[in-house]
Write a new protein. Structure first.
Length: 272
């Protein structure tokens, strides 16, 4: 059965090569695909059986992409406000006690909030990734999802998390059109060099991306400087981790010359 939706009288931001903006325009959607785009008067009579949405006074544009999220953490909003080192002192102890069901409920709430804000795709990094994948498929939210992997310091660590992160990619690769699995080491200071190299190889073998926090705190920067005598980005470059398939989130505490390394290796800094 063919479904048809007609969005009428909208201002449409096309994002085509000419960056055209169309006024009093209509969009025809058939079976989840854009079928036609044009003047509202011209299209109005062509699809008499369509479900109609009056978008007068509204703008229609492509969905936004949020390149670094933890949508299940909608449950923990505000708990670290005004607390120095809140990530380490408050958030991690809370996360240690989260159940898979908690993550599922949080991902439903956080994913719905993303959609309400106009984000139709998120790139998510959190524990119990299986539950996030379950939630986004129910919501109709597209997501690049990685299972958080930590070898030290964090609330959930251990070899089983490394294996689960790799297995998650294998389980979800091409399983569902809304889920793109990736590998998600937590950060340069919370994942051992051996594990980072193993994940680098696993990503290359699977054709999957890598998504990690990078130079997100002074603690991370200072640990890498003490252990490796390098900046966080320099360290990843040194071990041949960086590439076009890498997203580094935050990138706050880096040296100016480290910015050039992103360009050199084609890696993607995401400032949050």
């Amino acid at each position: 059965m063919t479904s048809c939706v007609l969005i009428e009288h909208a201002t449409v931001v096309t994002m085509n090569p000419q960056r055209d903006i169309m006024y009093d325009a209509s969009i025809v959607i058939q079976n989840e695909r854009i079928f036609a785009l044009g003047n509202s008067d011209e299209l109005s009579g062509e699809f008499p059986g369509a479900d109609r949405i009056d978008a007068k006074g509204k703008v229609v544009l492509p969905g936004l992409i949020n390149c670094h999220t933890h949508i299940p953490m909608s449950l923990q909003k505000g708990i670290t406000l005004a607390i120095p080192d809140g990530l380490y002192r408050v958030m991690w102890p809370v996360e240690k006690n989260l159940t898979a069901e908690d993550v599922y409920i949080g991902a439903l709430a956080g994913g719905a909030e993303a959609l309400l804000g106009g984000s139709t795709t998120v790139i998510d990094h959190y524990f119990h990734a299986e539950q996030t994948a379950k939630a986004v498929t129910e919501l109709g939210l597209r997501a690049v999802i990685g299972h958080t992997i930590m070898s030290r310091l964090g609330p959930i660590t251990g070899e089983q998390e490394l294996e689960e992160g790799i297995d998650f990619v294998q389980r979800w690769k091409e399983k569902h059109p809304l889920v793109i699995p990736c590998l998600a080491p937590h950060a340069s200071d919370t994942v051992s060099t051996d594990w980072l190299l193993k994940l680098r190889q696993a990503a290359s073998d699977a054709g999957a991306g890598l998504h990690l926090h990078l130079a997100q705190s002074m603690d991370e920067r200072d640990f890498i400087a003490e252990q490796k005598n390098l900046g966080c980005v320099e360290y990843l470059a040194e071990i041949s981790f960086l590439g076009r398939d890498v997203i580094g989130a935050h990138c706050i505490f880096i040296k100016e010359e480290e910015m050039d390394l992103f360009k050199k290796f084609g890696a993607n800094p995401v400032y949050c």
